[in-house]
Write a protein that binds this ligand. Structure first.
Ligand SMILES: C[S@@+](CC[C@H](N)C(=O)[O-])C[C@H]1O[C@@H](n2cnc3c(N)ncnc32)[C@H](O)[C@@H]1O
Ligand code: SF4
Length: 395
């Protein structure tokens, strides 16, 4: 950034926040950060208020933003939902096309989640992506989902050494080499373990959080309790376990929908191990919970708090939502965020209806429904029902 650009940015921020008093002696960097933090904090407070009041039209923007950064992947996880024919993300193209809509939203956000199909830390421009977000959005927390195979020292330094706070979600799904190779179908166990050890040595735990991720399938579910012991031994801050969602029909055999007793036993044991070790853990809802008032959530926060931006301009309220057709190629961010699709989702959720009925994340009884175990993107309802009947024939 040139000095002229920096001064212009500061003047624009000041125009946005004329009442913010800053010490005149503060450096440009400090002033900029204080303006950005004020912008973010006001938006978060307003967004929380609008969620509490269940407003349908929002003056705030989402506080959590997913940016889907699609890349080639060096692994080939048996359960993966990425497919094989998607366009690769290019940071310059993306911001050239959508920056005008997306940047103001990112600046007001609390957290930016960098994920997507494939392994973005393996992109030739991975370094540039991290540098850009560290520079433009130092006040926004970053959350990166990665298989940890590309955590080279220069990327690690940008993550643990920058001004921003990072959370790394390391997708591992196994503690031992054999299960790791069965699940991820690549030979990177030693490299990944080495990278995790370097990360743990270099990080300041108060600034960089490390979560270990375990996608539960029929192949690895038994080893979840051991995975929690392993995470504790490696110094992870949290374990996140979640059901596998069926993307391709031939992946059905991996779904715990067909092994519900196993899933429930493993979830109970994992909870016990985590409590003994004092390990923070997020486990999925077990199967078979009854439709009782206590197990019914009132609403879902996600269409108020967050948004997902796809590289092609597509927008989604959350990662399990199917059939949402809004795109930044046709409408501005505001036209989508407060437009008819979002308004009807928020209206339905306000009364506990809509997508909540089959949501595997927010509705405990949702997991009993087959539709909650299928990724609905790119699929019509008839296909989902057809696959269900096929699956019952040969589980
Ligand atoms: C698609 S990956 C992309 C980022 C990175 N390659 C990774 O594995 O973390 C993002 C997250 O989605 C999870 N995931 C992928 N396919 C899934 C599926 N079919 N069901 C449930 N989770 C899945 C991955 O394990 C990972 O934690
Ligand atoms: S590492 Fe991530 S993107 Fe790559 S195959 Fe596995 S889940 Fe999919």
């Amino acid at each position: 950034m040139t000095t002229a650009e920096a001064m212009a940015e500061l003047a624009a921020l000041h125009k946005d926040r004329p009442n913010l008093r800053l010490p005149t002696a503060a450096s440009f960097k400090d002033k900029r950060r204080r303006y950005l933090e004020a912008l973010r904090d006001e938006n978060i407070a307003l967004n929380n208020r609008e969620w509490a009041e269940k407003r349908v039209i929002l003056a705030s923007t989402p506080q959590v933003v997913f940016l889907q950064i699609n890349a080639v992947c060096n692994a080939d996880c048996v359960f993966c939902s990425k497919g094989y024919d998607y366009p690769i993300f290019d940071i310059d193209d993306y911001f050239g096309k959508y920056g005008g809509s997306v940047l103001p939203v990112l600046r007001r956000a609390r957290e930016l989640i960098l994920t997507g199909s494939g392994e973005f830390l393996g992109l030739p421009k991975a370094r540039r992506i991290l540098e850009r977000f560290n520079r433009q959005l130092p006040h926004v927390d970053k959350y990166v989902a990665t298989n940890a195979s590309h955590l080279k020292p220069e990327l690690l330094d940008l993550i643990v050494g920058g001004e921003s706070r990072y959370t790394l979600q390391l997708s591992l799904h196994a503690a031992d080499r054999e299960t790791f190779e069965t699940m991820m179908r690549y030979k990177a166990y030693d490299r990944v373990m080495g990278n995790i050890r370097s990360l743990m040595e270099k990080r300041d735990p108060g600034k960089t959080r490390v979560y270990f991720m375990f996608v539960m399938t029929t192949l690895n579910a038994e080893s979840l309790p051991d995975f929690i012991r392993f995470a504790k031994g490696m110094g992870a801050d949290r374990v996140i376990a979640g059901y596998f969602y069926i993307y391709e029909a031939q992946q059905k055999y991996l779904s715990l929908y067909f092994k519900q007793d196993l899933a429930n036993r493993v979830i109970a044991e994992a909870g016990k191990v985590a409590a003994e070790l004092k390990m923070d853990v997020s486990l999925p809802h077990p199967f078979g919970l009854k439709d009782e008032p206590a197990s019914k959530p009132g609403s879902c926060i996600e269409p108020w708090h967050q948004i997902m931006f796809n590289p092609d301009g597509g927008v989604l309220p959350c990662d399990v939502y199917g059939g949402f057709r809004e795109t930044l190629n046709e409408k501005t961010f505001q036209e989508i965020w407060n437009g008819p699709s979002y308004r009807s989702i928020r209206r339905a959720l306000k009364t506990g209806g809509g997508c909540l009925a089959t949501c595997p994340r927010h509705n405990p009884i949702g997991v009993n429904d087959w539709r909650a175990h299928v990724i609905h993107r790119h699929k019509d309802e008839k296909q989902i029902v057809k696959e269900y009947h096929e699956a019952l024939k040969k589980p």
